[in-house]
Design a protein around this ligand. Structure first.
Ligand code: PLP
Length: 358
């Protein structure tokens, strides 16, 4: 096996050994009381972290599964899909692929959404019963103004469901789900949660569940109402990824022990560090005011060969992210989320300085 490279890519992220070790516990039955106890210990910690009383769906899938679930359960007929990069485009494609009337509303790469933009799109589409939006577009590191958007939505479009992908921000950024009135807030385990890939998390509001009762063709695997039925028993309607539950329990305990405010502040400080470095030596790709706290997308103004840089970083057991899709080599991304600490950030930036002679 090759030696481990510390992951500064925006997912999967570093998983600490004690959490990894939890994955090797002996198996239990998913209908055993031990499993219900395990699930029952995780849910309140996730609710606390998300400032919510909503149902927490621990899904045996990656985040994309929950994007499909959100659309399938909570778009009755039509949604506006806000696109500012590859993952928000995926949300649109998923809505269309599931037979919903999805209207794409696209802005330039690197820009983030705010209340005015969302309002202007919805004014044109009064038929929409939901929106899909990616809070933290990982392809461009654009973090949209979810607080402004949510406030505007409550005031002007209270009947429209908010289906929000928080895949790369949840557990790294303070997101008060109930205050925001988010219907479905979804994320993948392998980002700021710092878990191995294969588990995804959604907070599904009571309002979203009510709507789901009126939506046809919700499917089976991701049917919120099937999830809801098993939920009071701390069970799942399918055989879940029990090993991830062990890992998640440990990781959520670690998150609680760090303290939520400490965790949000740590992410902000790491983001500020990377941004200040990027501004000194390169240029930040993402529009000011919308720069993510969990990763930074940097314009490759020095024409660095990112593949070569990563080869050199690999010798030091580190790896950063190249640009995504059409932004490959034009940009590169440094993640600062999950288990990465300021010392790790200083280490990777210092290594890049040395390699490039900055
Ligand atoms: N949405 C965003 C913002 C992402 O960054 C990703 C993955 O990187 C996804 C969705 C897809 O998540 P997954 O790969 O867990 O299905």
């Amino acid at each position: 096996m090759t030696e481990h490279k510390k992951l500064f890519i925006p997912g999967p992220t570093e998983v600490v050994p004690e959490v990894l070790a939890e994955m090797s516990r002996p198996m239990i039955g998913h209908r055993f009381p031990e499993c219900s106890e395990l699930i029952g210990s995780i849910i309140p910690m996730v609710q606390e972290m998300l400032y919510t009383k909503s149902m927490i769906f621990l899904s045996t899938s990656s985040g994309t599964g929950l994007m499909e679930a959100a659309v399938r359960n909570c778009v009755r007929e039509s949604c506006v899909s806000f696109i500012n990069g590859a993952f928000s485009k995926r949300f649109y494609q998923i809505a269309a692929a599931n037979g919903k009337r999805a209207v794409p509303f696209e802005i330039d790469l690197g820009r983030g959404f705010n209340a005015d933009i969302v309002d202007s799109a919805l004014k044109e589409h009064p038929e929409a019963d939901a929106i899909t939006l990616v809070h933290n577009e990982t392809a461009t590191a654009a973090m949209s103004d979810i607080y402004g958007i949510a406030e505007m939505m409550e005031a002007k479009y209270p009947q429209v469901s908010l289906l929000i992908d928080m895949v790369s921000s949840m557990a790294g950024v303070k997101l008060e789900i109930d205050k925001l009135g988010i219907d479905v807030a979804l994320a993948s385990g392998q980002k700021a949660f710092a878990l191995p890939p294969g588990i995804a998390v959604a907070a599904v509001s009571p309002r979203a569940l009510e709507k789901a009762r009126t939506v046809e063709n919700r499917g089976y695997y991701f049917d919120f109402l099937a999830v809801e039925k098993s939920y009071p028993k701390n069970q799942t309607h399918i055989t879940p990824t029990i090993s991830h539950f062990y890992a998640m329990k440990k990781q959520m305990e670690r998150i609680m022990a760090e303290g939520l405010e400490n965790r949000w502040q740590r992410h902000i400080r790491m983001a500020e560090k990377v941004r200040s470095w990027a501004e000194t030596y390169f240029r930040i790709f993402t529009e000011q005011g919308y720069r993510s706290n969990t990763l930074t997308c940097i314009e490759n103004t020095r024409d660095v060969k990112i593949g070569e840089l990563n080869k050199k970083l690999a010798e030091r057991h580190m790896v950063i992210g190249n640009g995504y899709g059409e932004l490959k080599d034009k940009t590169f991304r440094i993640a600062h989320m999950g288990e990465l600490m300021m010392a790790d950030i200083e280490e990777v930036l210092g290594a890049i300085d040395e390699i490039l002679g900055l």
